[in-house]
Design a protein around this ligand. Structure first.
Ligand code: ATP
Ligand code: MG
Length: 327
């Protein structure tokens, strides 16, 4: 059985007179030690999916359907007190903007040491020793001196290393990283990605890596799940998705990766308002291949015919998949 198995997850926000379904019937699984990328444009439901797993959703949001199996426990049905021993201890999370998880009033050392004291009940001396060890592991230069510094004394990339150290302090088996490199420049991005790759391999971590950038996902993850308008449109190995995407939205994401000497190609149009999803295939109003059926008949997730026995399922939701298209 997979370490994490999200089954038919559906999350709604109560907006008073109406409701908004931010995640609609989403299913995916991650094995121990495996890295899965969750990709999609802004507003597609990536963060809400991650916050559902951690059970950190806003009060106005509710998991209305589905299960989140983690190591045999259904997190969707767990009590808050049970979640407190899972969060930070068995599942770590890194957010896009490190300052949201760091307190500017305490030194970074105290903040990471607190994780050890709270979850593992370590003494202050032992917590400090383990924190410095973890700072070395995430390659913070001069780890001992770093302990006494405040978050504002760090650059964005260094701050992100501190939050990674805090997330991994208790040796979780799953790390959720939500756009961890979006707030830093490309050089720092490459360093953070390489650090995550190394930690994932050395610690045999399962990773749910969230990004709007399929190119970044393919560097780090062996599989990818593509979200469009709160629903999965394609899931498969990053190799299969890159070489033979079936869904026109996935193909659009690949085309929009900048290539040297080529004009930038975006996906025409914008994502719909989640309060009023279009009928049929949710992507049809933007799809250059849409046919009449697409506007009324929602395509189910279907297994790709090119899926080899050896490979994990490659699925897509499209009536006219690109791989099988007869023009
Ligand atoms: N607190 C909230 N109240 C109401 N609606 C919300 C709230 N948070 C998110 N949403 C809605 O849920 C949808 C999914 O949001 P989410 O933050 O998961 O998107 P995302 O894919 O992470 O986007 P981004 O790439 O911009 O981070 C959005 O369209 C948004 O309108
Ligand atoms: Mg987000």
């Amino acid at each position: 059985m997979a370490l994490l198995e999200v089954q038919n997850l559906t999350v709604e926000f109560d907006l008073g007179v109406e409701s908004l379904r931010a995640v609609n019937d989403v299913s995916f699984a991650i094995d121990a030690g495996e890295a899965l990328g969750l990709v999609g444009e802004s507003g597609s439901g990536k963060t809400v999916t991650a916050l559902s797993i951690m059970r950190l959703l806003d009060r106005s949001a509710k998991i209305v359907q589905g299960h989140i199996w983690f190591d045999g426990q259904d997190l969707a049905a767990e009590s808050e007190s049970a979640m407190q021993s899972i969060r930070g201890r068995r599942i770590g999370m890194v957010f896009q903007e490190p300052m949201t998880s760091l307190n500017p009033g305490f030194t970074v050392g105290e903040q990471v040491a607190e994780v050890y004291r709270y979850h593992l009940q370590l003494s202050s001396v032992e917590a400090r020793r383990r924190t410095i060890e973890m700072f070395e592991r995430v390659k913070l230069p001069g780890a001992r001196e770093m302990f006494r510094k405040y978050p504002h004394e760090f650059s964005g990339g260094m701050r992100q290393r501190v939050t990674i150290a805090a997330a991994l302090a208790c040796g979780p088996s799953l790390l959720i990283a939500d756009e961890p490199t979006t707030a830093v420049d490309v050089t720092i991005q490459a360093q953070i990605l390489s650090l995550l790759r190394e930690l994932q391999r050395d610690l045999n971590l399962a990773l749910l890596f969230i990004s709007h950038d399929l190119a970044v996902v393919s560097e780090l993850c062996t599989r990818a799940a593509v979200l469009y308008g709160a629903q999965l449109v394609e899931v498969g190995s990053t190799d299969a998705i890159f070489t033979a995407p079936n869904h026109p939205y996935t193909a659009g994401l690949i085309r929009s990766i900048p290539q040297r000497g080529q004009p930038l190609q975006g996906i025409p149009g914008t994502i719909f308002d989640l309060r009023t999803p279009p009928p049929g295939c949710r992507f049809h109003p933007r799809c250059i291949y849409a046919r009449p059926r697409c506007s009324w008949d929602a395509p189910p997730l279907t297994k790709s015919s090119t899926n080899s026995q050896a490979e994990k399922a490659h699925v897509y939701s499209c009536h006219y998949p690109l791989g099988l298209r007869v023009e």
